[in-house]
Structures are given as structure tokens and as C-alpha cells.
Design a protein around this ligand. Structure first.
Ligand code: ZN
Length: 164
């Protein structure tokens, strides 16, 4: 498959550095977020807030022992934050808590440096985000909420209290 060039004059600055295929995946998950629903019977949940952008989301996890059986989210925010949460819910299903923590570390590395050693699957679409420090918080917000939910934190998770 040949790589398609992004037409620079037509795309927004943010996406200029992002591969066209990655861009399509992000837009798809932003417009039609997967697992976008409340889960009232969940095992744990956490609220995530990114005041710099206005992203607000709540993540719900259903655990079976140590395994994440189901993940869903609700909320509002920018395209990056919604796509990130959508891809997160797909990614962590079936993972153990430890595997989910490892994935958090890889995603954090990816969105802050543009590369990571481990396999991040579809989350590779966020590889270009590191060039935009303000958007890093959007991309990592749902992952902070995930860690908050797994740790059983009662207080809302905010990107402003965390080092990226
Ligand atoms: Zn955002």
C-alpha cells in the first residue's frame, strides 16, 4: 500500500505531522466512540478532568478477579481525548491490572516521546501527539482515569496534578 500524503494546506496544523491512516483512526474513534456508555454495575470508576482543554470523562471498569472484563466511558472533550478513551476501552479488555499498568507506561512514553519499546497496538495512532505538549494531556487523560479507577481513588483525576 502506498503512503498517501496529507495535503498540508487543507489539514489543521495538529494533524500535519500525523500519518494519514492514524488520522483516520483518530477521527473514526472520535466520531463514533466505542464502549461509550455508563456501566452502573461496574467494579470501579474514575473521573478524569483536563482543565487546560476542558476534557471531562468518566471511565467504568468491570473486573473479574484481576482481569478487566469490561471497560466503558462517558463524557465530553476534544477529538483526541475521546479517541484516546475509546481506544483505551478496546485495548484494556481482557488484560490483567498489571498488564493495564504496563500499557499505561507505554502509552505515556509514546505520547511524550513519540516512541515506545513495547507493543501498543492501535494506540500507535497517538505517536505524533508528543510534538504538541497541550494535546499530550488530552491523549493521556483516559489513562490517568484508568489508573485512578484501578487504584480506587475517590478524587477526580486531573492532568494538572500529574507529571506527564
Ligand atoms: Zn482535549
Amino acid at each position: 500500500m502506498r503512503e498517501k500524503r496529507i495535503t498540508h494546506h487543507a489539514s489543521r496544523k495538529m494533524f500535519d505531522d500525523i500519518n494519514d491512516l492514524y488520522q483516520q483512526v483518530i477521527l473514526d474513534h472520535c466520531k463514533q466512540p466505542r464502549n461509550f456508555r455508563e456501566t452502573p454495575q461496574c467494579s470501579c470508576s474514575a473521573q478524569g478532568h483536563n482543565p487546560l482543554c476542558g476534557d471531562n470523562l468518566k471511565l467504568f471498569l468491570t473486573l473479574d478477579g484481576d482481569v478487566i472484563k469490561d471497560a466503558s466511558f462517558i463524557g465530553s472533550g476534544c477529538c483526541i481525548s475521546k479517541a484516546s478513551a475509546s481506544l483505551l476501552t478496546e485495548n484494556v479488555k481482557g488484560k490483567t491490572k498489571t498488564e493495564a499498568e504496563q500499557m499505561f507506561e507505554r502509552v505515556r512514553e509514546l505520547v511524550t516521546t513519540g516512541k515506545t519499546n513495547g507493543d501498543v497496538g492501535k494506540l500507535a495512532v497517538f505517536a505524533g501527539v508528543y510534538k504538541y505538549p497541550a494535546r499530550v494531556k488530552c491523549a493521556i487523560l483516559s489513562w490517568h482515569a484508568l489508573m485512578g479507577a484501578l487504584k480506587g481513588e475517590a478524587k477526580p483525576v486531573t492532568t494538572e496534578s500529574e507529571q506527564n
